[in-house]
Ligand binder design. Structure first.
Ligand code: ADP
Ligand code: MG
Length: 683
């Protein structure tokens, strides 16, 4: 190909012949037969109601010209009324000089159909890209046409033509990956046959079968990498095998001011069982906000400390880390567990002291933020890494904490797994424990969606709860006006103090405040020296003030469901009945989405709904990061196929863990982790 086309392909993310070969159609047009004109008109009206992407409005038709008209604007415009048994359509050619069309002729047209509104009249018009006058008995020769993900610069047609021109050369690049017994079991043919049929299918059914075959292979690769990773982790060992002394659970519970819930006990035993093995634990602890995950982590820390290894607990914000340290120290000190805290703003002697105690093993638990993963932080024998609110950390950050020791047990905690994590628990090497019970006396948070025009009602409700001795959060999306048209916290603070709650104690918390100020504001709120805390999303994670019972979120439409769920979790942490009020603009149709939160408090369900609503962009985004074409299949919507591939991959790895059989040799690259898609699985 020429340099210009190569440049366009590169801009599209296609740099090598193999990447071009793996650029699969995202859809197909069944152009084996021309579309009836009536159906084109119907589809155009349907699209006008529900806008789709530009490529999907291309149509082909064969009809007879009824009438031709010509305009001379800046460019010549020729229109022809075309007719078949099903209806009529106006076809238009722009800027085509010397075009000769006459009534009565049979014509083939290919173009973009759209609804046009001209002087009050609504009609469907086909903007013609190609046409051909057909003689009376000349047949139309069509095919199933692939539709590639395209851009303005690089239309699907160009990609199709490029692949077609180089078809045999590209086909020669396709190697077979799947072992023959898997192929036989699933009744699949060779990969190159599937590749041919995916790009140039004879029928839509052939295209679908080819896609399934290719998708299966892709999933098989992912599942195989996960299975190998798991096998290596389980066999590799290296982690301290921590035996649980008899009666440890009872002693731990006795040190608490309340009884553990049944769910907490079950999950603690699952975690302790993992920690008893020399295979490093890799477990996700999911539990709704307020379900008491911190205590579960504390139990893991107790086991580690009584067995003589250190623990690190990493939280995403200083507010949260400080709170953990404050809560855990009095609980753990009586058990002889020495707790330190490490923050980014620590310096000099204080920081040196912590680092020294970590390196010497004097400190059993360090609680901190990202400050924990800094280079010079060293542990004498780190045996347990706990990552709170794991969805707030990147893969690399979590890996850095674990790298502080050879193979520590790792516990990831979250209420709202990000889609990637959600997928990992189902698809990859991450075990799952769920705390599916709230401590006794909690009533589920009641959630209401309000229109902006009824915001005063929300504030009246806040006032009522404050009068009953409770506290409230009000969350605004922006700090000041310069940011956007959103409600700004600073402006709202003025309104609240002057007009809405002049008699109440209102404080402001946002990310740009200096750390000392943030601590002071949080301190006042937790000591009930303030009634209403106006905040940005810095209060999102973990903050625990049990007396707060109302969470009002302004411009709630601006947040993802998972984030709203997190914010909502700041209330309902005590025995008081708690409420979440979501305020959204009058004119926006966001209410339905927000109503999902009013219906459920299940973090998994919410994460899944978020994923469905936003599409799998986020997930695919991680899959694509780095290089190479996007995953062909979708781990979420093609779940059943994935599970079949996973069953085969698991069976293969348990029969031949080191991939020693000749027919499995080719699969070793999955184990080596060279494949970009294998990075999908790092947790
Ligand atoms: P999350 O799972 O959201 O991290 P936390 O660990 O912060 O929840 O716990 C929420 C609140 O519930 C805390 O104030 C904690 O002390 C309290 N709590 C935890 N477990 C229990 C229990 N078994 N009984 C009563 N209160 C509990
Ligand atoms: Mg928590």
């Amino acid at each position: 190909m020429g340099p210009e086309l190569a440049r366009k392909l590169r801009a599209h993310g296609i740099e090598t012949p193999l990447e071009l070969a793996a650029t699969y159609p995202r859809d197909y047009k069944d152009w084996r037969r021309p579309t009836p004109l009536g159906a084109i008109v119907g589809a155009a009206f349907a699209r006008a109601r529900e806008p789709a992407d530009a490529e999907s409005n291309e149509e082909i038709a064969v009809g007879r010209i009824v009438r031709v008209s010509e305009f001379r604007a800046r460019v010549p415009v020729v229109s022809a009324e075309i007719e078949d048994e099903s209806g009529r359509l106006k076809a238009t050619w722009f800027g085509r000089r010397g075009l000769k069309l006459s009534a009565g002729e049979r014509i083939f047209v290919h173009g973009r159909a759209a609804v046009r509104r001209t002087r009050g009249a609504v009609s469907v018009e086909l903007n013609v890209l190609h046409h051909k006058i057909l003689s009376e008995d000349e047949p139309y020769r069509g095919s199933v046409v692939p539709v590639y993900r395209a851009s303005k610069e690089l239309p699907s047609r160009t990609i199709a033509a490029t692949i077609e021109r180089n078809f045999e050369a590209l086909a020669a690049l396709i190697e077979d990956d799947l072992p023959p017994d898997v192929l036989a079991k699933r009744g699949y043919g060779s990969r190159s046959a599937a590749w041919r049929a995916a790009h140039q299918p004879a029928t839509p059914e052939a295209a679908a079968a080819a896609r399934e075959r290719l998708m299966f292979e892709e999933f098989f690769g992912i599942a195989l990498a996960a299975a190998i990773k798991r096998a290596q982790r389980k066999a590799g060992g290296g982690a301290p095998a921590l035996a649980t002394a008899p009666g440890l659970l009872e002693r731990f519970e006795a040190s608490l001011p309340f009884a553990l819930t049944a769910a907490q006990k079950r999950v603690i035993l699952e975690i302790w069982a993992d920690m008893a093995r020399s295979a490093p634990m890799n477990r996700l602890l999911q539990g709704d906000v307020g379900s008491g995950k911190t205590l579960v982590a504390a139990a893991a820390i107790v086991l580690a400390a009584t067995s003589g290894v250190q623990s690190a607990l990493m939280a995403p914000t200083e507010i949260l880390a400080a709170q953990h340290a404050q809560k855990l120290a009095p609980l753990l000190l009586p058990l002889g567990i020495r707790v330190d805290a490490l923050f980014g703003n620590m310096a000099g002697r204080e920081r040196d002291g912590v680092l020294r105690r970590l390196a010497s093993g004097e400190c059993d638990l360090v609680v901190g933020t990202h400050a924990l993963i800094v280079e010079d932080v060293e542990f004498a024998r780190l045996g347990l890494a706990v990552i709170d609110e794991q969805h707030r950390f990147g893969v690399a950050q979590r890996a850095k904490l674990r790298a502080k020791s050879r193979a520590p047990h790792t516990l990831h905690m979250t209420a709202t797994p990000i889609p990637r994590t959600l997928a990992q628990t189902k698809y990859a090497d991450l075990d799952l424990s769920v705390v599916d019970e709230l401590p006794p006396g909690r009533t589920p948070i009641e959630t209401y969606v309000l229109r902006q025009s009824r915001k005063a009602l929300a504030y009246a409700f806040v006032r009522k709860n404050v009068a009953a001795g409770r506290q409230a959060y009000v969350v605004a999306p922006a700090i000041d006006e310069s940011e956007s048209a959103l409600t700004s916290a600073l402006a709202e603070l003025a309104v609240l103090r002057r007009d809405v709650f002049p008699d109440l104690r209102v404080d402001l918390l946002h990310g740009r405040l200096p750390q000392r100020e943030k601590d002071a504001v949080m301190g006042r709120f937790s000591r009930h020296e303030t009634d209403v805390l106006l905040a940005t999303t810095v209060v999102e994670v973990g903050v625990d003030v049990p007396n707060a019972s109302v969470m009002t979120i302004l411009d709630a439409h601006r947040y993802g469901l998972a984030q709203l769920h997190q914010l909502r979790g700041r209330v309902g942490r005590g025995v008081a009945r708690s409420y979440c009020l979501l305020v959204a603009p009058d004119e926006r149709g966001e209410v339905e989405r927000l109503e999902i939160l009013a219906r459920t408090t299940d973090g998994f369900e919410i994460a899944e709904a978020d994923l469905r609503l936003r599409g799998e962009g986020e997930f695919a985004g991680t899959a694509q990061a780095g290089a190479g074409p996007a995953l062909l299949g979708s781990l979420i919507s093609d779940f059943a196929l994935y599970m079949r591939a996973k069953a085969d991959a698991d069976a293969l790895v348990s029969a031949d863990p080191a991939l020693e059989r000749p027919e499995h040799r080719a699969l070793r690259r999955f184990a080596a982790g060279e494949e970009t898609r294998a990075t999908l699985l790092d947790s």
